[in-house]
Structures are given as C-alpha cells and as structure tokens.
Design a protein around this ligand. Structure first.
Ligand SMILES: C[S@@+](CC[C@H](N)C(=O)[O-])C[C@H]1O[C@@H](n2cnc3c(N)ncnc32)[C@H](O)[C@@H]1O
Length: 224
C-alpha cells in the first residue's frame, strides 16, 4: 500500500489562500483529520472545519472527516492522544490529511505530533509530508498593504505569553554570492539553495561559501 500522511497548512482563514498542494492532498486522501477544541468533538466553533468544508465544496468532492480533540492546553498527553488518533486513521486508510491553521511551521502542534509519530511509527513518519501555507502575518501584511521587512530591516515573531525561556529561530536571507558564512555563527543550521528550482539543494548545516543568491539559512531554535 502507498501510505501517505499529509500535514496540511490551511492558511489564515480565507479558503482562497489555500495552496494547490493542499487542494491536491484533499482530492487524493481518504480521510481528513480536523482538530476541534470541543470536548463533544463537534465543529461548531472550528475555523479549520469551515475552511476544509469550503475547500471540499469548491473541489466538488466529499471526504470522511475525523474530529481530533485538541484542547490546546499545551499538555504532552493531549499530543499523545492526538497522535494516536492520526496513527489509527493511517492504519485504517491509505491516504490521510491532518490540518492546521496558517502555516505549519508557525506555532502549530503538528511538529509535536510528528515527533511522537516518529517514535511510535517510524514508517508513517517517513511517509509523511508537510504542506506549507500562508501565515497569518503574511496575510495581515497584505491586508493593510504594509511590508513586513524592507531594505535592511529585520522581522521578529514573538509569543505574547511565553511559558518560559524564549528561544529564537533565525532566518537569514539575501546573502552575497561568494561570501564566507562563518559570520552567521553556529547552531542548528540548514541551508536551502534554489528551492523548487533546477539544482535545488537542502543541506543540514551552514554551507561555507554562498554560491547563489537564491540561498537562505535557518538557524533553528535549540530544542531538547
Ligand atoms: C497557534 S498560532 C497559529 C499561527 C499559524 N500557524 C500561522 O501561521 O499564522 C495562533 C495565533 O495566530 C494568529 N492568527 C492566526 N490566524 C489568524 C487570523 N485569521 N487573524 C488574526 N490572527 C490570526 C493569532 O495571533 C493566533 O493567536
């Protein structure tokens, strides 16, 4: 069987901000796991359910919807329970989507779930794919026609109510061709070159010398 688990970013709320990749995953899958904060697993207050329903109606397809109770208490046991629902859905179906608001890389629980799935069912982790989406702040910037960063400005994203020490992920863009990257420092670096283009390359470290302008570095926050 050709198993697949899609972790689908839904964008900030407007169905038109879904990506083609997200729509294709919905078309292809057997079941869509939709998180809900309601204990009775209803979707009365669920923005994610509204976006998924609108997308399915645009596609003209019907899919099984599986509610996943997600109380958003930041409790590891809740993530374990959610991961178990997803693992179970993947055992019973060939292709499964799990959805999250905005972009999956920004304050989404999907990486807690993927960490658990990696330990409990490695093959499913290997068969998973994260589909990127439009963040709430990219959409907000577009709504008011104001750039998030221009020229030499930097961009900061911060949790308003941190539970402890705030660690930082740094995204470094617009390098000079030929530059030595030592000055960028040390850390959990990845280098992304020509993403989705010819000669695309992802290196799980900081490359020494920049070869092309279409290069960005991410120095990920140190996590245990
Ligand atoms: C758990 S985070 C998820 C962020 C999301 N993954 C993203 O890419 O924007 C939830 C926070 O994102 C922001 N947010 C998400 N969607 C929003 C929207 N449609 N309007 C305003 N803020 C939004 C709010 O600050 C909210 O408290």
């Amino acid at each position: 069987m050709n198993k697949k688990l899609y972790m689908v970013s839904l964008g900030p709320g407007d169905v038109e901000l879904l990506t083609l990749k997200a729509l294709n995953a919905f078309k292809e899958c057997d079941v869509i796991c939709v998180p809900t904060k309601s204990e009775d697993k209803s979707f009365t207050k669920s923005i994610t359910h509204t976006i998924v329903s609108e997308a399915l109606s645009i596609l003209g397809v019907e899919k099984k919807i599986l509610p996943v109770y997600s109380p958003m208490r930041f409790n590891p046991q809740d993530w374990e329970d959610e991961a178990d629902v997803v693992i179970e859905a993947c055992s019973a179906n060939e292709k499964v989507c799990f959805v999250t608001l905005g972009d999956a890389g920004i304050y989404s629980s999907i990486y807690y779930l993927l960490d658990i799935i990696k330990v409990k069912k490695r093959s499913l982790y290997d068969d998973s794919e994260v589909i990127a989406g439009v963040t709430s702040f990219s959409a907000a910037s577009a709504e008011v026609k104001k750039a998030l960063c221009l020229g030499d400005e930097a961009l900061t994203i911060k949790p308003i109510n941190p539970r402890g020490e705030v660690k930082t992920t740094e995204i470094l863009m617009r390098p000079k061709i030929g530059m030595d990257t030592k000055s960028l420092g040390e850390g959990d670096f990845y280098t992304f070159e020509n993403m989705y283009l010819k000669d695309a390359k992802i290196t799980p470290s900081r490359i020494e010398k920049v070869k092309r302008y279409m290069t960005l570095f991410i120095n990920f926050a140190k996590r245990d």
